[in-house]
Design a protein around this ligand. Structure first.
Ligand code: SAM
Length: 255
């Protein structure tokens, strides 16, 4: 098994001795059972990934010394995920999977049908850090406080296309708005997205309201997309859309 990875915010340099914080020391000592002499791989997005050796192990603290650089850091694609928070377990899953799938920033947005649960950014950050450690990336996605959809769109950087997962049609009174006005399939829409930055927007369990849908479709930087003929749960939609984005636009393509 490869040596465990640990996201460390301090500067990483040959010979530097680093004190792990209490939670990390507990994790490395108790869960991973590393003792003095054990090897682990500290990393961050500035300094890359290092080989380090445990030099001190105490009940609540641990020190490691950096021995050599293993890999230079490479950035994640410049990809934001905006999602309407769902129930706690599903929100946790969204953050974990979005981290594995390479989102650089995660922005919870409150829409009219978002179920009112508070978003604990610190909790989501720790889920993202753990997923980043397991997934061989160099950074954990930045997680933002929840803001309203309108505020998230206010002052939007229009050079960043917003891929908007829109399952509905335009026909009032028909199931899911009928067939007229359906968005184009995500793969086709992405073939036209050539820039270096992108964002994805996934709605809440109840979907976007007609007003929100009209608002979104009015902006030139918004690209409505379909994720196929079935209605996916929000967390499935995040995973499916990010996977397609990474394979058509992002870093799943051949370098
Ligand atoms: N309109 C629905 C409702 O009223 O219950 C379903 C919302 S769906 C559970 C949650 C979100 O996932 C949607 O807002 C949309 O962003 C995305 N989504 C799910 N299935 C989709 C599809 N087939 N095409 C595009 N987006 C989809």
């Amino acid at each position: 098994m490869p040596e465990p990875r640990l996201l460390i915010d301090q500067d990483l340099r040959t010979g530097a001795e680093i004190a792990l914080d209490e939670a990390q020391a507990r994790h490395v000592g108790t869960v991973l059972r590393l003792d003095v002499g054990g090897i682990l791989r500290p990393f961050n997005a500035r300094d890359g990934e290092w080989r380090a050796r445990v030099t001190v192990r105490e009940k609540r603290s641990m020190r490691v010394v950096l021995e050599s650089l293993l890999r230079e850091a490479t950035p994640s694609p410049d990809l934001d995920l905006l999602f309407a928070p769902v129930k706690r377990h599903a929100t946790d899953l969204i953050v974990e999977k979005a981290t594995e799938l390479g989102a650089r920033r995660i922005r919870p947005v409150v829409t009219q049908r978002t179920i009112a649960e508070t978003v604990r950014v610190d909790r989501l950050e720790s889920i993202a850090r753990e997923a980043a450690e397991q997934t061989e990336r160099f950074d954990a996605p930045e997680i933002f406080d929840a803001v309203s959809l309108v505020r998230a769109l206010d002052g939007w950087d229009t050079t960043r296309p917003l891929i908007y997962a829109d399952e509905s049609g335009d026909e009032d009174g028909k199931a899911w708005g009928g067939e007229a006005g359906r968005a184009q399939p995500i793969g086709e829409a992405l073939a036209a997205a050539k820039g270096e930055k992108l964002a994805l927007l996934i709605g809440p369990e109840g979907g976007f309201t007609p007003d929100e849908r009209r608002l979104l479709r009015n902006f030139t930087y918004v690209i409505p997309v379909s994720l196929g003929p079935r209605i996916l749960r929000a967390e499935t939609a995040v995973i499916a859309a990010l996977s397609i984005i990474q394979s058509v636009w992002g870093d799943w393509r051949r370098a």
